[in-house]
Design a protein around this ligand. Structure first.
Ligand code: AVI
Length: 315
């Protein structure tokens, strides 16, 4: 397929034609971006992963108790990543001999293949069948297949990468794909000291900076553009009034970037909107559940109360 006919090219050119310019953060994750994101998760300034791991490790039994009953259920994970978090729940479920199947859903074939291999190596007794594609298409397919009760995992704080309006719409759509009594476990990063949040997205090792710049390099690799990344600087700002942490790339001088015959012009100090990482209060979480057809069953905090895994039930 010609580069110009790809969704990637279309989304990039559309985003760079807007004012202010923006790039969809889902494109951060090529092979290099995946590796950089792993490094972010392991770096000392990025606390989200450690907080959620602590919750899943220390409160596994209570979490499992909040989602299981005697009936068979499907544990559906949206965007499972390397599965390292969900494996903790799978281990406990299988220790308790729970009657369930694990269904990870991701747009990426390699994520699903790797995860299926990992689960069959470490927990061969867990019935796993991954699905490739759009979350909602796959959830609707499942709903129409056997009517089993469903527990959906949305871990990692990924919901924060949407604006509040988008996350609200996402939860409404999720509710439409579920049935009464189905559950979700949502990971939310909470509001906290602004300096701690800002540091997580502007880490002292410069990994997040490289993660953002990698998207420009990815465009050069895959779309044949000629970004000189030394002309761009990573900038991030956390606004305690709105709870949103936004990252930008700032262009340091007037310049033209070529995508074959298409030219995108940048002015000195012009910014590209790269990513939003929304932080939540407990009452925002409660209201979002209420307004989208759910009730909050349980809230599991880490020891610092920086992050929650919130268990919702569809009503
Ligand atoms: C995937 N997501 C929850 C991360 C976050 O915290 O917003 C993505 C990220 N971007 C920069 N650092 C981490």
């Amino acid at each position: 397929m010609a580069v110009k006919d790809t969704q990637f090219y279309y989304d990039i050119i559309s985003g760079l034609s807007e004012f202010p310019k923006q790039l969809p953060s889902k494109y951060f994750y090529d092979a290099i971006g995946d590796k950089l994101f792993q490094d972010i998760m392991n770096c000392k300034d990025y606390y989200l992963t450690r907080c959620e791991m602590e919750i899943l490790e220390l409160q596994t039994e209570d979490i499992i108790a909040s989602i299981t009953s005697d009936d068979y259920f499907e544990l559906v994970e949206l965007g499972p990543g390397d599965g390292i978090k969900s494996i903790k729940l799978l281990k406990e479920l299988s220790r308790q001999k729970a009657d369930f199947s694990y269904i990870p859903i991701d747009i990426s074939h390699s994520v699903i293949d790797n995860l299926e291999a990992l689960v069959s190596d470490t927990l061969p007794q867990v019935k796993t069948s991954g699905m490739n594609g759009d979350y909602f298409d796959m959830l609707n397919q499942l709903r129409n297949s056997n009517g089993a009760r469903r527990v959906v995992l949305c871990l990692g704080g990924n919901i924060g990468n949407m604006t509040l309006t988008e996350s609200h719409a996402f939860c409404e759509k999720l509710r439409q794909s579920l049935s009464q009594g189905d559950k979700i476990i949502f990971g939310f990063d909470l509001v906290k000291n602004p300096a701690i949040i800002r540091k997580a997205y502007d880490d002292s090792e410069g990994i997040t900076r490289r993660f953002n710049l990698n998207l420009l390099e990815r465009m050069n690799r895959e779309l044949g553009s000629d970004f000189d990344v030394t002309n761009f600087e990573h900038y991030c700002n956390y606004d305690p009034e709105t709870g949103s942490c936004k990252s930008y790339l700032i262009c340091l001088e007037d310049l033209d970037v070529h995508f074959q015959d298409t030219v995108v012009s940048f002015r000195e100090n012009e910014y590209i909107n790269m990513e939003i990482s929304q932080k939540f209060t407990l009452s925002q979480i409660e209201k979002m559940a209420q307004h989208t057809g759910f009730t909050v069953d349980r809230t599991f905090f880490d020891s610092k109360k920086w992050y929650v895994d919130s268990v919702w039930e569809a009503i």
